[in-house]
Design a binder for this molecule. Structure first.
Ligand SMILES: *[C@@H]1O[C@H](CO)[C@@H](O)[C@H](O)[C@H]1NC(C)=O
Ligand SMILES: *[C@@H]1O[C@H](CO)[C@@H](O)[C@H](O)[C@H]1NC(C)=O
Length: 443
């Protein structure tokens, strides 16, 4: 596009075009080898410079332009323009010709427009035709008759270039901001996620999103916590739950045996016992509960951990039974002269490992004669001296366990009471046959 073309009236323009066509010469012509001395129309050979030189037709052709027109020399030709036309470019350039694009036609349209095939002026898309001078960092926008270089979104013009705006400097994000070419992105700390506005961070309920808690999950601000059911403890990994072995913590949890179970424990008792208040073991009184196998002719005797069926009639000749527990040796029977006059059967039960000395059984004279004196002794069944008698007064005495004994074990002690009356020179003996069951346990 020639800067002055728009100043030409239509008819003149055509003429000028013709002239240009006739005189058109490519600047390459002047680059021909030295030996080539013929020049195209409008140029002449200059032997000094060894180049084809433009002929200034305005000087060489008399009356090159007629009337009110002025002559403007041009490479390879000349133009006739109205005298009023402003000539911006100095077309009389001396020296080597500038690299003018070949086959330039004067454009009859306004700047930024060009004629189409029907010679209508249409907008030139400078952006599409790379006729713009936008920087690579800029975007070219075609406009009617011109174009615009703008910065893409997220860029700002600094000097000639578009520079990325660091949006992160403006605190757009609640947690973290990542600047990107032309934009930015907000990020959230772990445990949070971007809110609907993509800037604020909202707590993530990890419990609803499959947090790996084995048992219980509690969401909290920014994180979550795993917890375990009672009887479990959180593993070091923070997620899984380990059964607590309650039994290993204390030997006092259960009186007899502690059995650990997932999440809990239970106490067990040996046979013959029942669980009392979750940890204690209580002897089952089979005689009372009816859970015994004793016959009609037997008496059920309960002891710690079991029971015993004893014959109700335990009297052995020459003794005769006078009541359930009592056997009497009739004085009329000569065999009874050296024997205790009566034998009374009694049963008792003690636990193992009792602290000693321990009073275990009190013997009491049933009939008291005035002036009588009663003496007590262990007559049989105490060969190891595990028991002794402590006389309380002349009608009663205490059987004392002298040594700790461990069951299951059974003693049959004959406790003799000798009654003496010095005034009447009377001496009588009776025996309490005490069976002592020692249970296997301390309870
Ligand atoms: C947030 O970002 C998403 C994905 O990038 C987008 O689809 C959505 O329109 C954005 N929302 C807002 C409010 O900018
Ligand atoms: C106990 O024996 C004494 C004699 O040693 C006697 O004086 C006393 O009365 C007796 N007491 C009883 C309660 O029998």
């Amino acid at each position: 596009m020639l800067p002055f073309a728009s100043c030409l009236p239509g008819s003149l323009l055509l003429w000028a075009l013709l002239l240009l066509l006739l005189g058109a010469a490519s600047p390459q012509d002047s680059e021909e080898p030295d030996s080539y001395t013929e020049c195209t129309d409008g140029y002449e050979w200059d032997p000094d410079s060894q180049h084809c030189r433009d002929v200034n037709e305005c000087l060489t052709i008399p009356e090159a332009c007629k009337g009110e027109m002025k002559c403007i020399n041009h490479y390879g030709g000349y133009l006739c323009l109205p005298r009023s036309a402003a000539v911006i470019n100095d077309l009389h350039g001396e020296g080597p010709p500038p690299p003018v694009p070949p086959a330039e036609y004067p454009n009859p349209c306004l700047p930024g427009y060009e004629p189409d095939e029907q010679e209508r002026c249409v907008d030139v898309d400078e952006c599409a035709q790379a006729l713009h001078d936008c920087r690579p960092s800029q975007e070219c926008h075609n406009l009617p008759g011109s174009y615009q270089c703008t910065c893409p979104d997220g860029y700002r013009k600094i000097g000639p270039e578009c520079v990325d705006i660091d949006e992160c400097r403006y605190r757009y994000c609640q947690h973290r901001c990542v600047n990107l070419p032309g934009s930015f992105r907000c990020q959230c700390e772990p445990g949070f996620q971007l809110g609907p506005n993509n800037r604020s961070c909202v707590d993530v309920n990890e419990c609803d999103m499959g947090a790996p808690c084995e048992q219980r999950c509690f969401n909290s601000y920014g994180t979550f916590l795993c917890r375990c059911h009672q009887g479990y403890e959180l593993h070091r990994d923070g997620f899984s739950c380990n059964d607590i072995d309650e039994c290993s913590y204390s030997s006092y949890l259960c009186q007899y045996r502690c059995v650990n179970e997932p999440g809990r424990f239970s106490c067990h008792c040996p046979q013959g016992y029942q669980l009392l208040a979750t940890r204690l073991c209580q002897d089952i009184d089979e005689c009372e509960s009816g859970a015994h196998q004793c016959s009609e002719a037997q008496t059920c005797v309960n002891f710690h951990g079991g029971y015993r069926c004893v014959d109700t009639n335990r009297c052995v000749e020459p003794y005769v039974q006078v009541s359930d527990n009592r056997c009497l040796c009739p004085a009329s029977n000569p065999l009874c002269r050296e024997q205790p006059s009566s034998i009374v059967h009694r049963y008792m039960s003690i636990t193992s490992e009792r602290s000693v000395p321990a009073d275990v059984f009190q013997i009491q004279a049933t009939s008291v004669y005035p002036g009588a004196y009663n003496a007590f002794q262990i007559r049989a069944g105490n060969s190891q001296g595990d028991f002794y008698i402590r006389q309380i007064n002349n009608v009663s005495a205490m059987l004392v366990l002298a040594r700790p004994v461990t069951g299951p074990r059974e003693y049959v002690l004959d406790l003799e009471m000798v009654t003496m009356n010095s005034l009447m020179s009377y001496r009588a003996s009776s025996v309490l046959r005490l069976t002592v069951f020692v249970g296997a346990y301390t309870f």
